[in-house]
Design a protein around this ligand. Structure first.
Ligand SMILES: [Zn+2]
Length: 286
């Protein structure tokens, strides 16, 4: 049964592979980093032992909203530690303005934070392992700071290796609607679909699809049944069902997240449709 719903690609996987969240901070999140699978398995098996590579898509943002993703490439460990002590860590980061429609890829090992004034949709590995580096000196109602995990953070940060950050949307071939590839990695692929009229979705016995509705409303018709969708809802489309129809009542934008079998096959499939290698390489992370 599990295989029918999730798809044959996930036959051997015990836990569900991805997690989708909406994040809308009122204040800056702590500066943090997540481990990769290998570090998580070796050091945090009791907490799930899985790393966390994530992707953010900005849904709403006030002017001036910004995110910090990754350290500048010349920052070394000593400078980093000094900046933690002197409360000047933010200056060492690559800072990006966050505008609606922007996408950021945040691989495990990339320190980051999200500022206030935005709503982002996060697609990530199914893990909550977070190593907090700096919490802006904040304390809770009882005057206690939150725990920091500097030592583990230093074990996972990749100094001098700039990767991740903002990724451009890549237009994919689509018939009668707009489809963009936002980011692809071995844990998940995320696309953005923009529809104004009835659109046939598709299913594949190899993998499920998750649809995250960012705007619009309408109906999903599958196997003779119709359900209504609204913005802010997330729908799981099982691998085993017949392709559903999506019937927007209003212009609709959703993200589609799914799991790939193999990044080389994924890339080759798109190259076969005529996309050039240079553009697709900017969305694919290994
Ligand atoms: Zn994070």
């Amino acid at each position: 049964m599990k295989t029918l719903w999730r798809g044959t690609r996930l036959k051997a996987v015990e836990d569900f592979p991805i997690l989708v969240k909406f994040v809308f901070p009122e204040d800056k999140l702590s500066i943090q980093v997540h481990p990769d699978d290998a570090y998580a398995a070796a050091h945090d098996a009791a907490a799930g032992g899985r790393g966390k590579t994530e992707m953010w898509h900005v849904v709403l943002a006030k002017p001036g909203a910004q995110v910090l993703v990754g350290l500048k490439s010349n920052v070394n460990k000593d400078e980093f530690l000094e900046a933690v002590k002197t409360h000047t860590l933010e200056k060492l980061f690559e800072a990006y303005a966050a505008n609606p429609g922007d996408t950021f890829f945040v691989p495990a090992g990339t320190p980051h934070t999200i500022g206030p004034g935005m709503v982002i949709c996060e697609v990530q590995e199914y893990s909550d392992l977070t190593y907090r580096i700096y919490d802006y000196g904040r304390v809770d109602g009882q005057g206690h700071p939150r725990a920091l995990h500097l030592e583990k953070a230093l074990g996972v940060i990749k100094f001098g290796v700039p990767y991740g950050g903002q990724t451009p949307a890549l237009a994919l071939p689509a018939n009668g609607f707009k489809k963009d590839l936002l980011a692809a990695c071995r844990y998940f692929v995320t696309e953005r679909w923009e529809l104004i009229g009835p659109t046939e979705f598709f299913t594949n016995s190899e993998h499920f699809n998750i649809l995250i509705f960012l705007s619009g409303r309408g109906k999903i018709v599958a196997e003779g049944k119709a359900v209504s969708y609204h913005r802010g809802e997330v729908w799981f489309v099982p691998a085993c069902i017949a392709p559903p129809q999506i019937l927007p009542a209003d212009a609709t934008t959703f993200l589609r997240a799914y799991v790939v079998a193999n990044m080389d096959d994924f890339k080759n499939e798109w190259l076969d449709t005529g996309l050039d290698e240079k553009s697709i390489t900017r969305q694919i992370f290994r």
